[in-house]
Design a protein around this ligand. Structure first.
Ligand SMILES: C[S@@+](CC[C@H](N)C(=O)[O-])C[C@H]1O[C@@H](n2cnc3c(N)ncnc32)[C@H](O)[C@@H]1O
Length: 222
């Protein structure tokens, strides 16, 4: 099923919704604030940023999470490259990414720099960002990955609609590719995800969720 382009529709002309998974790519309430709350603050970023910092992600989608992380990296004064590796089975067309990101004017300067170089997969070196999107099913590509992340953004569609991105073998592969003291964060507080992360070797905590979500999950590898 990998190596296919994303099939999507637009809600209110602005919000991309996956036809394959029947789920939106980000919250209509405020996708950028949600990213900053769940994935940046959830991984104690930008406070933990340091030379050579490596973020990995399940589900690249529109690239919003990466762009928010990169903006925070530059704004926090880091000079070298932020390493960002994302695992994506169904990449969005570049035009669709550009259309989706228009909802976030604050991110446009970073979106424009990235999209001017982006060809839809592989490596992209932008000086302060070294991005790689591995286009394949994450259940195969994460176990095969040779890297180690300092922080993970676990951003599959909802566990009910996209259970393959939350299954135990994959959470174990995430833990196996996390440096000691590294972290993971996700918007979901689903019990089986929390237990799965625990079983994989993370210390798991519930934190206040974004918007209408009561809780989210933060995890630290001991
Ligand atoms: C909620 S979206 C990610 C949103 C994204 N992080 C952003 O900033 O826009 C979930 C993503 O997971 C991807 N996905 C679903 N199943 C997958 C799989 N088995 N392997 C890799 N990616 C998958 C989808 O194609 C989709 O892009």
């Amino acid at each position: 099923m990998a190596d296919q382009q994303a099939r999507l529709s637009w809600r209110d002309g602005m919000l991309p919704v996956s036809d394959q998974f029947d789920d939106p790519y980000f919250s209509l309430q405020n996708g950028l604030l949600e990213t900053e709350h769940v994935f940046l603050a959830g991984n104690d970023l930008p406070a933990r940023y340091a030379a050579g910092f490596h973020i990995a992600e399940l589900g690249f989608g529109t690239g919003l999470n990466m762009l928010a992380a990169w903006r925070a990296w530059e704004q926090s004064g880091q000079k070298g490259a932020l390493h960002f590796t994302s695992f994506e089975a169904y990449p969005m067309a570049v035009d669709d990414m550009a259309r989706a990101l228009q909802a976030f004017p604050q991110i446009m300067p970073w979106a424009e720099r990235f999209l001017s170089q982006w060809t839809g997969g592989g490596l992209c070196d932008l000086g302060t960002l070294r991005a790689e999107v591995v286009v394949a099913d994450a259940r195969v590509s994460v176990p095969e990955w040779t890297g180690q992340a300092d922080a993970w953004f676990l951003d599959g569609f909802s566990p009910a609609k996209n259970p393959e991105l939350w299954q135990q073998d994959l959470l174990q592969a995430v833990a196996d590719h996390t440096r000691s003291g590294g972290t993971a964060a996700t918007y979901t507080a689903a019990g089986f995800v929390r237990r799965g992360l625990q079983e994989a070797g993370f210390d798991v905590d519930r934190a206040p969720g974004f918007g209408r979500k009561r809780h989210m999950t933060r995890a630290v590898k001991g």
